[in-house]
Write a new protein. Structure first.
Length: 345
C-alpha cells in the first residue's frame, strides 16, 4: 500500500509514499516515473518510509520553469519538498538519471544525507558523451502518420540490445536477456507520457555522468555493481580510479529475481547500522493527490495487443486518428498521444 501526495515547490511535485520507519528516497531513471519504483519500494516499505518523487517533467510532476535545467536545479526542488515533509538526513537510492540526482544532492547538501546508494551509475569520457548526445534523443513530437511511434519502438526495442541503443554495431552489442514485450510496452508508455520533452532530465544526467562528481561526495556512498546492468562496463570504470574512503561498493547478482532483495539487504546493513536511524518513526500527513485522466470513448474498437514488432502502436494510433476525424471538436495530436497512453492504462 502507498499514498500519493502533491507538493507545490512552487510547481507541482508528485510523490508516492510507502511504509514506516527511517526515510529512504528513491530517484527513478529517465524517462520513467515513480511508478517504476513500485516493486522495489514495496519491499523496502517493511523497514523504511520510502519516498518516491516523480522527477519534474516526468510522471505527474510539472517540469521546471527553466531552459536546460541542470542536476543542481532538480535537487534544489527536491530539497524544498523534503524540507516541507520534515525529512532529515535520509538515505538516497538512485538509478541511472536517479543516481546522478543522488550524487548532486549529496554534493549540494552533504550534511543532509545519511547514505547514498548508486545503481546503474557510470563514467563516460567527454568524447563518448558528445557522441551519445548527437543521436540518443530522437524527436518524438506526435506526427499524424504515427511515424513518431515507429521511431519510439525502434529506440525501446534496442535499449536492451545495444548500449548506447543508437550505436547498433558489434562493439556496442549487449549480452543480456531480451525483456518481455510487456516491459518494452511499459517503457514506451513512459516515453509517451513524458512527451516531446522526455529528454530534458535525461540529457542533464548524461552531462553529469563522470567520476569527477562522485569524487566530490563526502557523505557515505555505496556504488551497487549490478552484474546484469546494461551499464556494467561503464560502472566498472568508476573503480579504475583512486576513490575517496567514504565511497564503497556492493556486488549485486545478475539474477533479476534476487536483485531487489540483495539491494535491500545492502541498504539495511549500511544505513541502519547507525542506531539513530533504527528508532526513527517517520510520518507524513499530506493530502492525497487527485489525478484526473481523460476517459476513453466507449465506441472505440478493442485496443491492439502489444507484440514485439511494435506494429500494435501504429494500429492503435490509426484507430484514434480515425476516431478523431469523426469528432465535432478535433483533438490536438498531443492530446491523441495522451489518449493512446490512457487506452493502455
Amino acid at each position: 500500500m502507498f499514498t500519493q501526495c502533491i507538493l507545490h515547490v512552487p510547481q507541482k511535485l508528485h510523490l508516492r509514499i510507502y511504509g514506516k520507519g527511517p526515510a529512504l528516497i528513491l530517484f527513478h531513471p529517465s524517462p520513467n516515473s515513480s511508478k517504476m519504483m513500485h516493486s522495489f519500494a514495496s519491499i523496502l516499505a517493511n523497514h523504511f518510509t520510502v519516498i518516491c518523487p516523480d522527477t519534474p517533467g516526468y510522471g505527474h510532476s510539472e517540469k521546471l520553469p527553466i531552459q536546460n535545467p541542470s542536476m543542481k536545479d532538480y535537487v534544489n526542488t527536491f530539497r524544498k519538498a523534503f524540507d516541507e515533509l520534515g525529512i532529515n538526513r535520509p538515505a538516497i537510492y538512485g538509478s541511472a538519471t536517479g543516481a546522478q540526482l543522488a550524487i548532486r544532492y549529496g554534493i549540494e547538501y552533504p550534511n543532509q544525507v545519511g547514505h547514498i546508494f548508486l545503481d546503474n551509475s557510470a563514467h563516460f569520457t567527454d568524447q563518448e558523451r558528445a557522441d551519445i548526445l548527437k543521436s540518443y534523443f530522437p524527436d518524438l513530437t506526435p506526427k499524424e502518420d504515427g511515424s513518431h511511434l515507429v521511431q519510439l519502438w525502434e529506440m525501446v526495442s534496442n535499449l536492451f540490445k545495444y548500449f548506447p541503443w543508437c550505436f547498433q554495431d558489434e562493439a556496442h552489442k549487449l549480452n543480456v536477456p531480451s525483456p518481455p514485450v510487456e516491459m518494452l510496452h511499459s517503457i514506451a508508455m513512459d516515453y509517451l507520457f513524458a512527451g516531446a520533452d522526455y529528454y530534458i532530465a535525461y540529457k542533464a544526467a548524461f552531462h553529469h555522468e563522470k567520476i569527477d562528481y562522485i569524487q566530490e561526495l563526502t557523505c557515505p556512498t555505496t556504488v551497487l555493481r549490478w552484474k546484469g546492468s546494461i551499464l556494467k562496463k561503464y560502472t566498472d570504470r568508476i573503480f579504475e580510479y583512486d576513490l575517496n574512503p567514504n565511497i564503497g561498493q556492493a556486488d549485486i547478482s545478475a539474477d533479476r529475481q534476487s536483485r531487489f532483495s540483495e539491494m535491500m539487504d545492502c541498504i539495511r546493513e549500511k544505513f541502519l547500522s547507525d542506531d539513530r536511524y533504527n528508532s526513527e518513526d517517520f510520518k507524513i500527513e499530506k493530502p492525497m493527490s487527485n489525478e484526473v485522466t481523460q476517459s476513453i470513448d466507449q465506441d472505440l474498437a478493442p485496443r491492439p495487443i502489444p507484440e514485439m514488432s511494435g506494429e500494435y502502436l501504429l494500429s492503435a494510433w490509426s484507430s484514434l486518428i480515425k476516431h478523431n476525424e469523426n469528432r465535432e471538436e478535433k483533438m490536438k495530436l498531443s492530446d491523441i498521444n495522451l489518449q493512446l497512453i490512457q487506452w493502455y492504462t
